[in-house]
Design a protein around this ligand. Sequence first.
Ligand SMILES: *Cc1c(COP(=O)(O)O)cnc(C)c1O
Length: 421
Amino acid sequence: MSLRERDKKHLWHPLTQHKIHPEALPIVKAKGALLYGEDGETYIDGIASWYTAMYGHCNEYIIKKVQDQMQQLDQIVFSGFTHKPAIKLSEELIKILPGNQEKIFFSDNGSTANEVGIKMALQFHFNQSEKRNTIIAFEDGFHGDTFGAMSASGLSVYNGPFEDFFIDVKRIPTPNSENIDSILQQLQAIIQNNKVAAFIYEPLVQGANAMHMFEAEYLDQILKICKENKIITIADEVMTGFGKTGSTFASDHIDTKPDIISMSKALTAGFVPMAVTSCTQEIYDAFLDDSVGKAFFHAHTYSANPIACSVALAGIELLSTDEVQNNIQRIIKSHQEFNEKIKKHSKVKITRQKGVIFALDLNIEMDRYGKKRYEIFDHFMKQGVFLRPLGNTIYILAPYVITKTQLEKIYDTILTLLDTL
Ligand SMILES: *Cc1c(COP(=O)(O)O)cnc(C)c1O
């Protein structure tokens, strides 16, 4: 039996209505920017497998580091024990994070990194005998699928069965030159009428919201008001972190630095799941007390797994190399040139770019998971390109190691799509 057939027997896939879409595509191998199918066909990974494999799939340098670590120390309880990969990773992360970040807390994925951030913020106030229970978030933001993160995600339209169990979240629109004054007023009103603990946001680019982008200067105004009101700011850098916006973190583009930052995805370069929530000394200090109860009682069994830490360390090393930095600049420039070529196309409504993230909206009406979306997906796959349209948005977020020829092939398949629409 083929993998395709065996898959159907016991597997339940994420974000999948199995009655409409019973088939999953088996991938047997990946290298650099390429994915290999069961029958030997290849696909260029135009979204770096959900923005993780930024240094290329099965990167040799990372493999070597992981092999060394696997022979040394595989796993140890991180409550009461410590180890060199976690220590070194905390040191390296603090070097590249915004200057106000001091402490590193480990978990397993982007959702739990945000869950941890939200819990830290709630307990930060609680520990100071101030009960604050409201979270502010952007409309159409996405922060993950665990309960706290899901509550903060405005985007998820399929959350009906769970909504009665959500934490209290108030929403504001993402800012632009026209609505910023009204948003600041809304924000002030929410702060007056609620006990606001935290504001969670994706800085500058909302990945799941079809790569919606907004300006640093307006976000900065929102963050300033939060700071004035002792509202803990949580930057969800799960998608934007590690070079994607043209700087190491999207928060680097913004004057006001967050109190808490969540990271995952490219942190472990597509190899293994891991996440980190960093915070300031001030947040950490609010948990220090003679009473045990003021400590942060959140743990995951695999917290700071040494092998995952060694992957993250190798990834950070690669990110800082001239080779990767030059590749980032090359991709940025290449997207800009492609943009000039297509922005006036009659089938293109609008284009946008931040760093290596490029997106265009098609000039046609489409459902996020409708039939047309799957036709467009198939068009790309037939030509050997894996892009994952979000509604009428097509975006590219390829591994930094993608070659010029591979990138041009992605552009070509987009051009041929536009001509067939
Ligand atoms: C992917 C993503 C998450 C969720 O991360 P998981 O690892 O899938 O749980 C949260 N926030 C943002 C911005 C993301 O892109």
